[in-house]
Design a protein around this ligand. Structure first.
Ligand code: ADP
Ligand code: ZN
Length: 562
């Protein structure tokens, strides 16, 4: 597809320079354009900032008729249209929130082919018969040249930005089977990709993907303690003082607290979240773009369509909700290719907190996913399952202190990666621990046993205390010092026992059952046993092997086995 001998090649080159002002093509742009211009359905996975827009705007310009672009957010659409109009490319959009008269006007101009590109939100396609009739009419006159689905991962329930209206887009291929479809996304795992191809009804689809590795981003996961804000202040002061960065926080209140604290420490920081009024949000964003503010403390509502090239750090103040989301949020750092830091502060208790928020449907979502049905969706079966599963994968990423962070992320996207290419740009590679693999199946069984013995009514930290032989008042109150397994793991270092227990959670042998919050809004959680999984452990069919640093002085795991 990289050939320069297609009938449209000359026009393509000329317009890329003249209209878009580009000297050349970026990786895969020419290939994608050639494939879609040849009439194929095409699926494009390209990292944020890779230049997806050009792959349909340029074909739209040199094709007869109109290109229909489905895009999830009116703000993104407006931004695109502004750029197109600046380049003298006629474009318009339709959204559900528009005045009726205005819509009529656009549809009239559409049928007289005044535009090269028409943008629409997915709900517009799903709900507007008038639009459909107009598209039918254009199609009959052979003037519907291409259909573009931007942010195509929103189609999939497995993705982290599922949006119900996207699922109805399959109708387009049914109605216009011969019109080529171009689906674009910056984030998709193999299962999301399958889902998208199927839901959109793409046939003989050609897939372009490029590596999601970002060599200039340095990844690390640090323990989140009570003095996390001091740690963040120190980290910025020592590594990125007066540089630009984003701190992602879980709740709106967190954003405000973190920003306030950093201001006290002398940083130019501000907060940004969904419940601020739009004018204030736009103001903060502008200040940040103009470097009047260095640090934005934000929920995931911040970041879409932001193209600031010199973001030097992205800090996660709490656990991200999925590896895909995490990768995308980190991806906002270092667009200019310069070295940038991605630091995640992790604590297991944040897992409990986020899990609770997901169950309650109160997590702030990225604007992509914020369809109207958000709140009732959060608690509905399969979505909840997907979200919970995504979160567990994220916990497992954080708990892993051995494998290359790049490798862990890229494997998630179905990409092969040799960790030698990381060149010690992640915390785990940097530590180059020599490690030993240990069979911890017996310990795992005892921990499961202990959860059962205490009738699945206690938290993971309590289970660990009992296992390691604590004689605290709370232990005695429940007479847990009398259990056969009390102190069975007394020779284990605390970190080792908890790693094994958490592994049992991330691998679904045990489940955290988050209980209702008390009046102060805090949440508690008890461990439950997943019988359908643990039976394999007890029937001898499954072993649990974990890696431990071989240097750890405290490790008595081998004694245990002996
Ligand atoms: P994406 O949608 O993949 O995140 P965009 O389409 O918004 O990326 O492009 C990101 C930036 O790269 C834009 O500022 C765009 O003008 C620029 N760009 C795209 N293609 C090229 C190219 N071939 N040469 C130079 N700049 C480009
Ligand atoms: Zn690495």
């Amino acid at each position: 597809w990289s050939s320069g001998n297609f009938p449209w090649t000359k026009k393509l080159e000329a317009n890329n320079k003249k209209v878009f002002g580009n000297h050349s093509f970026r990786p895969n742009q020419r290939e994608v354009i050639n494939a879609t211009m040849s009439g194929y359905d095409v699926f494009v996975l390209m990292p944020t900032g890779g230049g997806k827009s050009l792959t349909y705007q340029l074909p739209a310009l040199i094709s007869p008729g109109i290109t229909l672009v489905i895009s999830p957010l009116v703000s993104l659409i407006q931004d695109q249209i502004m750029h197109l109009l600046q380049a003298n490319i006629p474009a318009a959009y339709l959204s559900a929130s528009m005045e009726w008269n205005e819509q009529q006007e656009i549809l009239r101009e559409l049928s007289s082919c005044k535009y090269k590109l028409l943008y629409a939100t997915p709900e517009k396609v799903a709900k507007s018969d008038v639009l459909m009739r107009n598209l039918d009419n254009l199609h009959a006159r052979e003037l519907l040249s291409r259909i573009v689905i931007d942010e195509a991962h929103c189609v999939s329930q497995w993705g982290h930005d599922f949006r119900p209206d996207y699922q109805g887009l399959g109708i387009l291929k049914q109605k216009f089977p011969n019109t080529p479809v171009l689906a674009l996304t910056a984030t998709a795992t193999a299962s999301v990709k399958e889902d998208v191809v199927q839901a959109l009804g793409l046939v003989n689809c050609i897939i372009f993907r490029q590596s999601f590795n970002r060599p200039n981003l340095w990844y690390s996961v640090l323990p989140k303690t009570r003095k996390c804000l001091d740690d963040i202040d120190k980290f910025i002061r020592e590594n990125h003082f007066d540089e630009c960065g984003i701190i992602y926080c879980l709740s709106r209140l967190d954003c405000e607290k973190v920003a306030e604290r950093l201001q006290e420490c002398g940083h130019k920081a501000a907060f940004y979240h969904g419940s601020m009024d739009p004018a204030r949000r736009a103001f903060v964003q502008k200040q940040w773009s103009k470097d009047e503010i260095n640090i934005i403390c934000a929920t995931v509502a911040f970041g879409m369509g932001i193209n600031k090239p010199d973001v030097r750090f992205v800090i996660h103040h709490s656990l991200p909700k999925s590896i895909e989301g995490y990768h995308q949020e980190c991806g906002r750092a270092g667009r200019d290719g310069q070295r940038s830091s991605c630091v995640l502060y992790y604590s297991y208790s944040d897992y409990i907190r986020v899990k609770h928020m997901i169950t309650q449907g109160v997590v702030e979502q990225s604007p992509l996913a914020s369809g109207q049905n958000r709140s009732n969706m959060a608690s509905s079966g399969r979505i909840l399952e997907t979200n919970t599963e995504n979160l567990l994968r994220m916990v497992s990423y954080c708990e892993n202190d051995v494998d290359c962070r790049r490798l862990l992320q890229l494997v998630h996207f179905g990409e092969k990666f040799d960790s030698a290419h990381c060149k010690k740009t992640c915390d785990n590679c940097l530590k180059i621990k020599s490690f030993v693999e240990k069979d911890v199946t017996e310990i795992a069984k005892q921990l499961v046993e202990l959860v059962k013995l205490t009738r699945e009514q206690f938290s993971s930290s309590h289970i660990l205390e009992v296992y390691r032989g604590s004689l605290s008042q709370y232990v005695k109150k429940h007479r847990h010092e009398t259990l056969g397994l009390h102190a069975a793991g007394k020779h284990l270092a605390k970190g080792e026992a908890s790693r094994i227990l958490r592994h049992l959670v991330t691998e679904d042998f045990l489940m955290e059952d988050v209980k209702k919050s008390d009046i102060y809004g805090s949440v508690s959680s008890v461990l439950k046993v997943n019988e359908s999984k643990v039976y394999k452990l007890f029937s001898g069919g499954q072993k649990i092997i974990l890696r431990f640093p071989s240097s750890a002085k405290s490790s008595k795991l081998s004694n245990f086995e002996a």
